[in-house]
Design a protein around this ligand. Structure first.
Ligand code: ATP
Ligand code: MG
Length: 376
């Protein structure tokens, strides 16, 4: 197939908040952002997805959900994408299970691609993670190729820190003349615990601590943060990836009872969880990054949470004095566009028969073509 020039990436991550559509034009190795849109999941669909992700759905319900979600994605694309011009789609789908390190390693993204292929009349690439797992990899993180393509700076060492439901870092070292040295791994929770806590405190009326307002009003229970930071995931060396299975509602329940013992108020709970999240990222940098970055570029929804960003800045400064934090907007990519654009790039690589994973980051034995193609 001729390399598609304009590709739509569709991302819905662990936060289960929305589907982000990102249209990207490729000019040789350069990527140009054409259009970004976002559609929040309708409450009923979100509830079913949460149910499936917490193992509460039957097989038949999951099958229906897979197709309903596929129809939802197709409907979103019909209403929001600039139909003429898009030549291919990269559809991440919604992860309902990710357990690459367990015995019987598995990952599952829902959202049947056939409806999108039919609606737009172009090939849809989906199921990106399995090929990497089939050669022994974690199947994650996969946005790495895009991070390197867009954020690498000659002579510098840059970290891209995504703050989605889960946090992940890509460290790109271009200080030598050779190929960039790349590390990438999940750092643990980013917005996941904050969103769950807000839902719990407001009986579902609020889905997030918007602009970190609750956290900003609260006091941090520092000893709890220190105790929680002993979680083995933070110390585990890469390759590593995680999800709701490890840091979802059952995990929050445990932290909640610690906070009950202290009789913490709502704002204090958000402040404590936000501080924990920020410091868990910084700890990963201390233990696992080879060398220190000059700059950390923040992306994902958590970059819009000033409390989380401020705490992260303090925690990182403690580890790496003088480090500079910027947001991906300053580099021409809105916070919400980065992950979607990454899957547009991966779709294009797949259609051109090129590998999408970086084995040194996912732990795979080799570079492989990632994704499966559904034809219109
Ligand atoms: N203004 C804001 N204030 C605080 N938090 C915000 C704000 N905007 C977004 N967020 C947080 O960002 C989350 C969504 O981020 P994002 O879409 O990057 O995560 P995601 O869907 O899990 O993606 P991925 O897993 O691919 O990184 C929301 O659930 C919320 O917690
Ligand atoms: Mg999202």
């Amino acid at each position: 197939m001729r390399a598609p020039r304009t590709v739509l990436g569709l991302m819905s991550g662990t936060s289960m908040d929305a589907v982000d559509g990102v249209e990207v034009r490729f000019r040789g190795r350069r990527l140009e952002l054409l259009r970004v849109w976002s559609v929040a999941y309708p409450a009923a669909l979100r509830k079913r997805l949460m149910g499936a992700a917490s193992n509460a759905a039957t097989c038949w319900e999951t099958a229906a959900l897979h197709h309903d979600l596929g129809r939802f994605y197709a409907d979103c694309a019909r209403r929001h994408s600039s139909r003429n011009g898009v030549e291919a789609v990269g559809l991440h789908g919604q992860t309902v299970f990710h357990g690459p390190s367990q015995r019987g390693a598995a990952t599952l993204q829902l959202g049947e691609p056939a409806y999108l292929a039919r609606e737009l009349g172009v090939p849809v690439v989906s199921n990106f993670r399995s090929a990497d797992m089939a050669v022994g990899g974690q199947g994650a993180p996969l946005a790495t190729l895009f991070h390197v393509r867009v954020f690498a700076r000659r002579g510098r060492r840059v970290c891209v820190q995504n703050l989605g439901g889960i946090g992940n870092v890509t460290s790109i070292d271009c200080r030598s003349r050779k190929e960039p040295m790349v590390q990438a791994f999940d750092t643990g929770p980013a917005n996941l615990l904050l969103d769950l806590a807000m839902q719990r405190l407001t009986a579902g009326r609020r889905t997030m601590d918007r602009d970190g307002q609750w956290a900003a009003r609260g006091c941090v229970a520092d000893d709890l943060v220190r105790a929680w930071l002993r979680h083995p995931f933070f110390r585990r060396p890469p390759p590593k990836s995680t999800g709701r299975e490890m840091f979802g509602a059952p995990y929050l329940n445990r932290l909640w009872s610690d906070m009950d013992d202290r009789q913490l108020g709502g704002a204090d709970r958000l402040a404590t969880l936000t501080e924990f999240t920020a410091r868990s990222v910084a700890l990963n940098y201390r233990w696992h990054l080879v060398g220190v970055p000059d700059e950390v570029v923040l992306c994902g929804g958590g970059a819009k949470n000033p409390a989380l960003v401020r705490n992260l800045e303090v925690a990182l400064h403690r580890e790496i004095p003088g480090i500079r934090l910027t947001r991906c907007d300053a580099h021409g990519w809105p916070t919400q566009a980065v992950e979607g654009a990454a899957f547009a790039l991966l779709a294009r690589e797949c259609l051109m028969g090129k590998p999408g994973n970086l084995p040194e980051t996912t732990g795979a034995r080799q570079a492989v073509r990632c994704g499966q193609i559904t034809h219109p």
